[in-house]
Design a protein around this ligand. Structure first.
Ligand code: GKR
Ligand code: MG
Length: 422
């Protein structure tokens, strides 16, 4: 099986409908963008990867793809060094700013990730083994995910109401949770906060606890609060939350909150690359890191993160942005093969309205968990008709970069998401 070489690397930007989900930066636009990567080999195999669709990132992904012809799909170190030569020094920040700061190292990690996943998919297809086997073997047969609740409007302005309806107060949030849990069976709940004054969001958490006495709960205001506000909220939600996610910006601020909070603090904003870990460890700013293979550099880099976290007694969970089935399959293989990933993972799947680029049937939720696909590689197949449709949607939708703030500002002139806000 040596000499399994890449003969073609195809990069396709796509778009899919996204509801008006609110966060501390603004509101989701009507279309979410993704980029699909296919690596083909001479013997007819193809490996899949999925990543962000924002234009600066897409351009780097295209440049990286052009460098990969001739690479052996088992040479993942070679993959990184080839990509490093084309993205050297580039710093393409996340447009929405909700996954922390950017750096050239993080940009490289974000570009490597979809190609590493596609190579692992190919390695699995070539060897007849699922990706989780290439990552050390699965320690769980199904990966638990959580209900990821958002405050949201009933509709995008000028559009028909979406299937979820509005959620702008505790009753709306509980209603959304009931519906999502009925449909998917999730056993834990995360509320995206940072939208309304903290007291209102604490009320929503209390309402969720009342409606779901046994579900672990999390609240994530994406750094919308000062240190003092964070401490007050942490005290008020003591005994209610399994963790409080990114209440305030930066490791020093998080450390001040952590010292007084009754629950662990989690993050996908102040620890977003290996360079952030020494400060976080020395300050004791976080109890849980949310990994995300899309910006940590792929599945193997995420496992390296797991090892560092274990060494320093930091828990591990998993973060999610709007994504499709290739990402869900990759997340599921990674989580299945990472023993210390003890929390239910985040997923945006319920918000994608059933639209996907992978053929239906393999990925499904059973009691809130996704059974690990057992076919070779990621175990999912591209739906070529859907890919073509979604590429057409990309061309038509006019959005080239996620911009939650700009969209909100167009609807609410003068909107300025200063963080921390409360
Ligand atoms: O999709 O609005 C969103 C989320 O807020 C996302 O962008 C965050 O990165 O879910 C993420 C989080 O946990 O912070
Ligand atoms: Mg978060």
């Amino acid at each position: 099986m040596t000499g399994l070489q890449i003969t073609e690397a195809v990069v396709t930007p796509i778009a899919f409908p996204d509801p008006p989900l609110l966060n501390s930066s603004g509101v989701h636009e009507p279309w979410a963008l993704r980029t699909i990567v296919e690596l083909r080999t001479g013997d007819g195999l193809a490996g899949l990867g999925e990543t962000y669709g924002d234009l600066p990132h897409l351009e780097l992904v295209r440049r990286a793809a052009a460098e990969l012809v001739g690479l052996d799909v088992f040479d993942l170190n070679g993959l990184t060094s080839r990509i490093a030569t084309v993205v050297r020094g580039a710093d393409a920040p996340d447009a929405h700013g909700l996954t922390g700061g950017s750096s050239p190292a993080k940009t490289l990690a974000r570009v490597v990730s979809p190609f590493e996943v596609a190579c692992l998919d190919l390695q699995g297809r070539a060897s007849g083994r699922p990706v989780c086997d290439l990552l050390g073997g699965k320690v769980r047969d199904a990966v638990p995910y959580g209900a990821y609740l958002f405050y949201k409007w009933e509709r995008h302005p000028g559009a028909e109401p979406d299937e979820w309806g509005a959620a702008l107060d505790p009753d709306g949030v509980v209603e959304q949770a009931k519906r999502m849990i009925d449909e998917y069976g999730f056993g834990s709940i995360k509320l995206k906060g940072g939208v309304f004054p903290p007291a209102d969001e604490v009320e929503a958490i209390r309402a969720l606890r009342h409606a779901f006495p046994d579900h672990p709960l999390r609240l994530d205001p994406n750094t919308a609060w000062t240190v003092e506000t964070s401490v007050l909220v942490a005290e008020e939600t003591g005994g209610l939350l399994e963790y409080l996610e990114d209440p305030t910006p930066g490791n020093p601020g998080m450390a001040q909150v952590a010292a007084r909070a009754p629950m662990p603090l989690a993050t996908n904003m102040c620890v977003v690359s290996f360079a952030d870990l020494p400060e976080a460890v020395s300050l004791g700013s976080v109890g849980v890191v949310l990994s995300d293979h899309h910006y940590w550099g792929g599945l193997r880099a995420s496992q390296r993160l797991a090892a560092v976290c274990e060494t320093f007694g930091i828990g591990l969970s998993m973060h999610s942005n709007s994504h499709l089935g290739i990402s869900l399959a990759a997340m599921t293989h990674l989580a299945a093969a990472t023993p210390t990933l003890a929390y239910a993972c985040d997923t945006h799947t319920p918000w994608q309205s059933g639209v996907d680029v992978v053929q239906p049937g393999v990925l499904r939720f059973e009691a809130g968990a996704v059974p690990v696909p057992d076919g070779p590689g990621l175990g999912v197949e591209l739906d070529r008709d859907a890919l073509a449709r979604m590429h057409e949607d990309y061309l038509q939708c006019g959005i080239r970069q996620r911009d939650d703030t700009g969209y909100m500002r167009r609807l609410t002139p003068g909107y300025r998401p200063t963080l921390p806000r409360w």
